[in-house]
Write a protein that binds this ligand. Structure first.
Ligand code: ZN
Ligand code: FE
Length: 252
């Protein structure tokens, strides 16, 4: 499995997936036709388009790419009316093949009602869209805080060495937020050095690993006594802490 990172728009990432044995080319969340097509051109074909959710910065190039390459578009069955050109409807926990690769559909509502993530268990790779970001999580537009937390915890239960490919380069602002409320986290301070170095050289901070996120992403640490203490929420539940953090981040 070869993954090419395609920067799109101001801070989106689309991802091209190439599987050599069956010569299968797929793309996750094509945001912008030109940028994606430039990379697809090397392979001369595009078999599958995978969408994590219906937002335009994730499906923007669906129709143009489908028209040019006759690709099949895969997305959540609960978003069948909102994903342009959808062909194959995916359900929670369903296993789906693209060439020789197989992924599992993880239903992760919260950012949107029908948001899904794609988990390639053999390769330990997950595409998390706007649910789990590097050092952050997506805004809650169509769901509840409780739903979003449940979705994040589903991702949290994947193997720690899973590589996480998310929908945006938001790592710097997420880092600043984590640092503000998780000051004493030595893993976070180490990560700060690494993140700033990558950004200085104009490199993506993606992929991250789930294990790294569990150590440093404050939204995956809502049960940690240190975080509760910093928020003055010592006796609060995980969902109360998560809600507080998400609200603080919205205006950070
Ligand atoms: Zn979105
Ligand atoms: Fe987005």
């Amino acid at each position: 499995m070869i993954i090419e990172i395609i920067p799109c728009l101001s801070d989106n990432y689309s991802y091209l997936i190439y599987e050599k044995k069956s010569n299968t080319v797929s793309i996750v969340d094509p945001a912008e036709f030109e940028a994606c097509d430039k990379v697809i051109n090397k392979y001369k074909k595009l078999d599958f388009i995978l969408n994590t959710h219906h937002h335009v910065d994730h499906v923007g190039a669906n129709l143009e790419l489908k028209k040019k390459y006759r690709s099949k578009i895969l997305g959540s069955d609960s978003d069948k009316d909102r994903i342009p050109g959808i062909d194959i409807l995916l359900k929670e926990n369903q296993k789906q093949k693209i060439g020789n690769l197989e992924f599992e559909v993880i239903f992760v509502p919260g950012h949107t009602k029908g948001h899904i993530a794609f988990f390639f268990s053999k390769e330990k790779v997950a595409f998390t869209g706007d649910t789990l970001f590097s050092l952050g999580c997506g805004r809650i537009f169509e769901g509840t805080h409780k739903e979003m937390l449940k979705s994040l915890n589903k991702i949290k239960n994947l193997p720690p060495d899973t590589k996480i490919y998310c929908g945006h380069e938001y790592t710097k602002s997420n880092l600043n937020f984590c640092l503000a409320y998780d000051r004493n986290n030595t893993f976070l301070k180490e990560r700060e050095i690494d993140v700033l170095k990558k950004l200085r050289y104009n490199q993506p901070t993606i992929p991250t690993t789930l294990g790294q996120e569990i150590e440093t992403n404050i939204f995956l640490r809502c049960n940690d006594p240190e975080i509760k203490y910093a928020l003055d929420l010592n006796d609060s539940s995980e969902v109360e802490v998560f809600s507080k953090l998400r609200d603080l981040k919205d205006t950070f």
